[in-house]
Design a protein around this ligand. Structure first.
Ligand code: NAD
Length: 484
């Protein structure tokens, strides 16, 4: 099919072939300038998922029989290909979903590290020798592939999240059907074009571009898959988890967050304030680990407010392609509408501590960042995952009120405390109901070699990244050999 009116069409990659989906078309525009088309998406239907399913099953016997070392060589080749295309894919992703280019390049670098990290797992020990109760019996465990794994990914980390699923899944011997978010599909397509350079066997990675309610639903409810790894909202994730549990498909759901940073009376504000501003406003607040609740002990409250006002003077809204951009637009029209509803609510029901007065291009989905106070801890601005550049500050009388407030949310992804008191730091690490807890560090920025995931409504019961991801993408087989 000839595309004449746009430079790029997000195309499926199924069984090693590039084929445009037969469904509806959608032109995608740059969120920093909605007059600039970035490319076009061709949505797929169940038919294409079924083709991907067939391809992934056909590719499985060969792929899982390769040695870990052989699979590792493909992952190293994928890393090299990505390294050679860093600028191109980072720029495309910035134009597709608005993340500042510096952060986007950092995300691509994270993807390269993840590929190399999991490649190295191909030759690492993967089981235990367990003493048998009988003489002459060797008993041990080994990791085996799950089989065909479905990956469903969100738009906010369009390179790193897919890779932190793909890389461990591949090294464990699984084949893949990947459905990216609608608003990350151009980047997903480009990523697969780059991975094609690694000469993977046909059908090992299958990309199906489509809508959640059509392609995602079919992938989860009908396709013959052996595992599903999902990242996205809690609303979608909990529903998919229910379906997988009924079908007895191993699943992993990484979902929303409403992360908090606590500032105690003895905090060093020179450390706390830049970290809190970075954790809250980078990526325009659209990270699952972004801080959006700032809980401040009363003895340091006034100094904190002065310090954050002054730090916010450095934060400027700019075109995300500017080399030094810190804060760009939000990712889409839908995000812009949703975040602006919360901005209106904040203007009605809170005290504004700081609002940028940057002149906004009307052609982009820009939102001036806000720091607010004067709302209760049950207020929607303090409870809902806004996913935008808004920080709500709450004054508390002591540590106990701070930690009670911190824990008073359905989410439990990440959290920080800022303190110079070691005992209080340890106390926080004990008391905080979140999967990733940090002292004198921002709530975002967790490293790839460490487990990633949350508690409560933020995650299911597994972890991504680090060694933990290998546990999700494999099963354990217990082997015993009588040799005497
Ligand atoms: P979303 O739930 O709307 O969509 C995520 C993915 O699920 C997309 O690919 C979408 O097409 C698909 N989907 C939607 N409905 C589906 C259905 N019925 N069946 C199958 N698939 C379906 O989330 P989003 O708006 O793309 O992403 C933002 C959310 O992701 C935020 O809540 C954020 O906190 C969360 N997130 C979490 C993490 C984490 O690791 N915990 C990381 C990044 C983002």
């Amino acid at each position: 099919m000839n595309i004449t009116h746009s430079p790029l069409v997000a195309t499926n990659w199924i069984n090693g072939k590039w084929e445009i989906g037969n469904g509806e078309r959608s032109l995608r525009y740059n969120p920093a300038n909605v007059n600039e088309p970035v490319g076009e998406i061709a949505f797929s239907s169940q038919k294409e998922v079924a083709l991907a399913e067939k391809a992934a099953h056909q590719a499985l016997p060969h792929w899982r029989k390769l040695t870990g070392n052989q699979r590792a060589n493909y992952l190293y080749a994928m890393a090299t290909a990505l390294e050679n295309n860093t600028d191109e894919i980072a720029e495309l992703a910035t134009r597709e979903m608005g993340k500042p280019i510096g952060e986007m390049k950092g995300e691509v670098a994270r993807g390269i590290q993840l590929l190399k990290y999991y490649a190295a797992e191909g030759v690492r020990a993967d089981g235990d020798v367990i003493p048998s109760s009988a003489n002459g019996v060797l008993q041990y465990t080994k990791r085996i592939a799950l089989g065909v794994v479905g990956l469903i990914t969100p738009w906010n980390f369009p390179v790193a999240i897919p890779i932190w699923k793909l890389a461990p899944a591949l090294i464990c011997g699984n084949t893949i059907i990947w459905k990216p978010a609608e608003n990350g599909s151009l980047t997903a397509y480009k990523l697969c074009r780059i991975f094609e350079e690694a000469d993977l066997p046909e059908g090992v990675i299958n990309l199906v571009i489509g809508k959640g309610k059509e392609v995602g639903t079919y992938l989860t409810e009908e396709a013959e898959i052996n595992g599903l790894s999902f990242t996205g909202s809690t609303y979608t994730g909990t529903r998919l988890a229910g379906v997988c549990a009924q079908r007895n498909i191993k699943y992993q759901t990484e979902m929303g967050g409403k992360n908090a940073a606590i500032v105690l009376n003895d905090a060093d504000l020179n450390t706390a304030v830049p970290a809190i501003v970075s954790g809250t406003f980078r990526s325009a607040g659209q990270k699952c680990t972004a801080s959006s609740r700032i809980i401040v002990e009363e003895g340091i409250y006034d100094s904190f407010i002065e310090a954050i006002k002054s730090e916010m003077e450095k934060v400027k809204l700019t075109n995300p392609l500017d080399k030094d951009a810190y804060l760009g637009p939000v990712a889409s029209k839908e995000q812009h509408r949703k975040v602006n509803l919360y901005v209106e609510l904040a203007k009605k029901e809170s005290n504004i501590i700081h609002e940028n007065k940057d002149e906004l291009s009307e052609d982009g989905y820009y939102v001036n960042p806000l720091v607010i106070e004067g709302i209760s801890k049950s207020h929607p601005l303090f409870q809902d995952e806004i996913f935008g550049p808004i920080a709500a500050v709450l004054k508390v009388k002591d540590y106990q009120e701070a930690i009670d407030t911190f824990n008073d949310t359905k989410y439990g992804l990440s959290g920080s405390v800022f303190t110079t008191n070691l005992a209080k730091a340890h106390q926080f690490l004990e008391d905080a109901e979140a999967g990733m807890v940090r002292v004198n560090l921002e709530t975002a920025g967790v490293e790839y070699q460490a487990p990633f995931g949350g508690l409560k409504q933020s995650s299911s019961h597994t972890r991504e990244q680090g060694q933990e991801a290998l546990k999700f993408y494999s099963n354990i087989k217990t082997c015993a050999i009588k040799y005497e």
